[in-house]
Write a protein that binds this ligand. Structure first.
Ligand code: SF4
Length: 465
């Protein structure tokens, strides 16, 4: 009989395409769904023969609630690491509570934006919860299981108390390779030009202070170049064709990223990839290196068309810098996606309309219009509370704007939803834009992915508004 401990990595089922990872849950705005990165990174810490691992991503594998419970019962896990999201909190807490009723001996740890603050309250409210992973880049839960003393990034029950082990910014981590091959769902991103795709995280959190963003409250940490390169080698051998670097700011650690990208160029690595970065992080030389190493698209946080708002929310760059980096990226032949944030306190209709025009002016290839949400632990939440826009008990929220959480004080929730939909129509339904997108597609896979994502965007605009 095997003495291996059974551990389940679980993304619960849901009524919508929920993306619950990286402390930033939302409903997929179209059809895209990357690997849940919290679970992916935690998988790096657990190995055979000590652990028998099962991954159930019920969203990506389209597993129903009933089937999920049957599968869990049959696997009979000793431990579960599960995603939980503010966006789906009502469904998720019922699901986890039922698991505990049916499997009373299982120890459950959850990771997600819903559980980043007020930990004692969460443990009191949810008696099925044994631990909260507050830093998924650290092996705190494994240390807890194995009786280790070097526990970081975890809050857990001990007798009638709650033990909090915070994590700090640390030197580069030589992390083992995450077990991407165990994540067998249908993962996709709108800008992939080949499949299957893998999600890769080279660093954790973000060192910038943007006050509306949860990432600014987490301790920035990076992996070593050797650790990242080991993963890239394995992904290529295993047949992955496209990479999504889900770092919040790719190229933040200059020396490490340079080493990785130069390795990709020297090895003629050959996979295309996309990433997030900041307009003040990348210069012309770095953009050129990224292009040569296979980068096809960069997502930049543009947020607003007004320098006053960029300053107030501590973005630490200007609209001028945004225009410059968008132009440089275009010159290098890299596509640009701008992310925009509408609905901050006091924001007017005119400011939102300016933002939509700015998205066109900077010639973004794609635009993603998010609606501000008062996430736990952010100064933005404190601001919304102070202005009486929310109640402190607010837990359920969706950044995609599928359901708008708060008004701006000037605009109602309904007006914001209408403006978000207007933003999509105004940006995407331009004949010239549609023509340029169509002629930029290079292969059948890109056409298929774009058609499907486009269909889901349309469905969201016309069926739910
Ligand atoms: S740069 Fe981006 S990820 Fe980093 S804190 Fe600002 S908004 Fe968040």
């Amino acid at each position: 009989m095997s003495l291996a401990k059974r551990i389940l990595f679980l993304n619960p089922p849901g009524k919508k395409i929920y993306i619950r990872d990286y402390y930033c849950s939302k409903v997929s705005k179209a059809y895209y769904l990357p690997q849940p990165v919290d679970l992916l990174m935690q998988s790096a810490f657990f190995n055979k023969p000590d652990y028998n691992i099962l991954v159930m991503d019920c969203i990506a594998e389209k597993i129903s609630e009933t089937d999920a419970h049957k599968k869990i019962k049959s696997f009979n896990p000793n431990y579960i690491i599960g995603q939980i999201g503010s966006v789906s909190l009502i469904e998720d807490r019922l699901f986890y509570s039922t698991i505990k009723k049916e499997n009373p001996n299982v120890i459950m740890a959850c990771s997600g934006d819903a559980f980043l603050e007020k930990h004692p309250e969460k443990f009191q409210k949810y008696d099925w919860l044994d631990a909260i992973i507050t830093n998924f880049f650290k092996d705190g839960f494994k240390q807890l299981i194995e009786g280790g003393e070097d526990i970081e990034g975890l809050v857990y029950r001990q007798d009638s108390a709650f033990i909090t082990k915070n994590s700090k910014r640390s030197k580069p981590i030589d992390m083992a390779v995450p077990k991407q091959h165990l994540f067998r769902g249908n993962y996709r991103m709108p800008f992939a030009n080949a499949l299957p795709m893998a999600t890769v995280l080279t660093n954790y959190a973000c060192p910038y202070p943007c006050t509306f963003c949860i990432m600014s409250t987490l301790p920035y940490t990076t992996r070593t170049a050797a650790s990242i390169i080991a993963e890239l080698k394995e992904l290529k051998v295993n047949g992955y064709k496209f990479l999504y670097f889900s770092d919040q700011t790719f190229f933040q650690s200059k020396t490490i990223t340079n080493e990785v990208l130069e390795w990709m160029v020297e090895e003629d690595y050959g996979l295309s990839w996309m990433c997030f970065s900041r307009v003040d992080v990348l210069n012309e030389k770095e953009l050129k290196l990224m292009k040569t190493a296979g980068c096809t698209l960069i997502m930049f946080g543009v947020e607003w068309a007004e320098d006053d708002l960029l300053t107030h929310y501590k973005k630490h760059y200007t609209t001028k810098q945004i225009e410059t980096t968008f132009a440089l990226s275009k010159k290098m032949g890299i596509k640009r996606l701008g992310t925009f944030l509408i609905g901050v306190p006091g924001q007017s209709r005119e400011s939102i309309l300016n933002t939509i025009e700015f998205a066109k002016k900077i010639e973004a290839d794609y635009a993603s219009f998010n609606v501000a949400v008062p996430r736990s632990n952010t100064s933005f939440r404190t601001e919304a509370l102070a202005k009486g826009l929310i109640d402190d008990s607010l837990e359920v929220m969706d950044q995609s704007g599928n359901e708008v959480t708060i008004g701006t004080g000037v605009l109602s929730r309904n007006e914001l939803k209408q403006l978000k939909n207007k933003a999509y129509r105004s940006f995407y339904f331009r004949p010239q834009y549609i023509w340029e997108r169509l002629i930029s597609l290079r292969n059948w896979t890109e056409l298929k992915i774009h058609s499907k994502e486009g269909f889901y965007v349309l469905k969201g605009l016309f069926l739910k508004s």
